[in-house]
Ligand binder design. Structure first.
Ligand SMILES: [Zn+2]
Length: 200
């Protein structure tokens, strides 16, 4: 099944990050742990804010150069202790002051979609914002929660690739493909100098 193949490739991608950054976690065990969890599903920002009585500060969206996304850029928040909910509230309020926005925040409990993936955001500089969907993985403090968040992110990304008829292809080694890290954008496309999510 197509979606299943996407998942395997994506979970392997995140698993590899795990190995590089800690030298303790091996990709295979994170993969098998991640696959045990259920997908948390998508929470839409505007609905969440309505329930909480917070004003939705709508992001205008960036038009994709090809009319649709060409892939995904994976980020990591570098904000220990901040949940997807915390990040969503903050970015909703501050995006026009900090000049940053992404399509979604993911943690072990949920995926908060900030705006439609049909539009680009301000996640990784001019060379990437009008080409790719931008997704931030939130920092978790336990191995279990990390695996849950990776599972959520992998399934969410697989669904997006499927929706836009994109084949999973890791761009991090050669600057060509549908699955990018922010670091790979910095290295191959420029316009930004961040190196996440590799450190995490
Ligand atoms: Zn980033």
């Amino acid at each position: 099944m197509k979606v299943r193949k996407f998942l395997i490739a994506l979970i392997a991608f995140f698993g590899v990050i795990g190995v590089v950054s800690t030298n303790q976690v091996d990709a295979a065990s994170i993969n098998s742990l991640a696959k045990k969890y259920q997908y948390s599903g998508v929470t839409y920002l505007y609905k969440m804010l309505k329930l909480e009585g917070i004003k939705y500060n709508e992001f205008p969206g960036v038009e994709y150069q090809n009319g649709k996304p060409e892939g995904i850029v994976v980020h990591e928040t570098d904000d220990p202790g901040a949940t997807a909910h915390d990040e969503a509230i903050y970015f909703n309020r501050e995006w026009n002051k900090i000049n940053a926005y992404v399509n979604a925040f993911v943690d072990s409990k949920q995926i908060i979609q900030m705006c439609s993936p049909n539009v680009g955001t301000w996640g990784a500089g001019q060379q990437a914002n009008n080409r790719f969907i931008q997704i931030e993985l939130c920092e978790e403090s336990s191995r279990d929660a990390f695996a849950k968040s990776v599972n959520n992110e992998a399934i969410y990304i697989a669904k997006l690739l499927h929706r836009y008829d994109l084949k999973p292809d890791n761009a991090c080694d050669d600057g060509d493909g549908t699955i990018w890290s922010h670091k790979a954008v910095s290295a191959f496309l420029g316009g930004t100098d961040h190196v996440d999510p590799d450190g995490y």
